[in-house]
Design a protein around this ligand. Sequence first.
Ligand code: AMP
Length: 403
Amino acid sequence: MSFQPPKGTDDIIAPESLLWRELLRSWDVWAERYGYPLVMTPLFEATDLFERGVGDETEVVSKQMYTFSDKGGRSLTLRPEGTAGVVRAFLDSGVKGAWKGSYSGPMFRYERPQAGRRRQFWQVGVEYLDAEGFAADAEVIELGFRFLGAVGVPGLQVLLNSLGDETCRPDYVELLRSYLDERRDKLCEDSTAAIGTNPLRVLDCKVCAPLLVDAPAMKDHLCRPCADHYGGVKSSLNRLEIPYVEDGRLVRGLDYYTRTAFEYIATDLEAAQNAVGGGGRYDGLAETIGGRRAPGVGFALGVDRIVLASNQQPETMIDVYVVSESGPADALVAASRLRQDGLRVALDTESRSVKAQFKEAARSNAPAVLVVSGDTGAVDIRLGEERAEVDIAEVSEWLEAHL
Ligand code: AMP
């Protein structure tokens, strides 16, 4: 038996886990600023939800799902993404009218693992439902942009496109299909197969990209309402001073998008892992999964990639290291006292030498070291160059004044 996590999954331990915790805390703060309370849905759902919602021709559904039968014979799937589950939960709740929810948790896709591409990965995201106006899209895009900026993603760029709707997309798809048909013998095998079933998918193909530079773009063939919506999103982003680049070939890997589609790119990272998040509008999704009409917009950000991109140092985890000259029992009692006063405290429980304890204290990065000797109330505090003898009951007050 080998003790390793399954392929494509990771153990995240300190100090890296501290970065994750900081990031996830910061996510909660930003989500709440924009009015998105937490929504928690199951890690697995009926397989049908993803087949219908995400689309059974997408790579995610056709190749990457972890699907299994439970003991009652139901076909279930570990969620490969968050939107379908949240929209299902919203419809189930019976709530009507503008509704917002934010989520945070692991997603599962059977991918070829590499840096920033895992089989279990963490996404944070938001969904804004029963919201149709362009301002909703702009607000959602802004939230992701501000959050990614605040956590230090370097070279952040927003890519933007419109995918039209059921009125204008069919004509455009035919236009694209005939463009692709003329180049059929130069396209890769997957793209050739997609011409008949889902020509939009070809726009996403990295191999065929050089052949598609002058392919017709959906954003140039929008019907009036879609063009107005797209114009509204762009002018709002301009007014919010969010830089974006229009990308007529941005289609995203999930079939449910209508109108706005966007991606956040960390341009300083390698191309294979520089997409730190993406999203868009999905006005037809609720009906596709069997509910009423509920237009919506949202995004998902990849936390694994944000951690890779943001290159931040974890904050120190403790405030005080207790060194004891008289054994661990005295250190334990002093530490307990400080912990009950709200301080974060570490100590040596293994009766190591005083010298070894000081070494450990330095390694811990604790700003303050407390030296105890016996069970007297007076302790010796060292904080940088400063030293003081203080009663144990007054340590937390003293540190508050000096830290
Ligand atoms: P998607 O749900 O495909 O729209 O992806 C949204 C974001 O999630 C991407 O931009 C990535 O940052 C992240 N992501 C998607 N798939 C993976 C994966 N297999 N491993 C790590 N991050 C991922």
